[in-house]
Design a protein around this ligand. Sequence first.
Ligand SMILES: [Zn+2]
Length: 130
Amino acid sequence: MAERALRGTRLGATSYESDRDTDLAPRQEVTFDCPKGHRFSVPFAAEAEVPAKWECRICGATAVTAAGGAPAAAKPKPPRSHWDMLMERRTIADLEEVLAERLAVIRGQREAAAGAAGAAAAQPRQRRSA
Ligand SMILES: [Zn+2]
């Protein structure tokens, strides 16, 4: 930052007055942790709302505040399984009922299919014997 300011310096453009003996605005240093292990701090005005994320100064990845909002943001929600979603809509008693209904339907279909197959299988036998 300081380098960039000097590069564009022209006489009169920049104040060379030092910070000595002046009261700086109240500020706070906020520490950010990068996912790659870099740690850096950014000064903010004391009354500024500190962002939960900041671009890492070393690698450019998204870093999060070391304290404060970080734990909530860093904790990822466990992925919801199909079972979890089902259990939000149904109870075990409901499911038992649905299962019983479906089993009855499937058994009915099987019996019908077995009956049809039996009849179909029976016919050629009759023809052969005849
Ligand atoms: Zn980094």
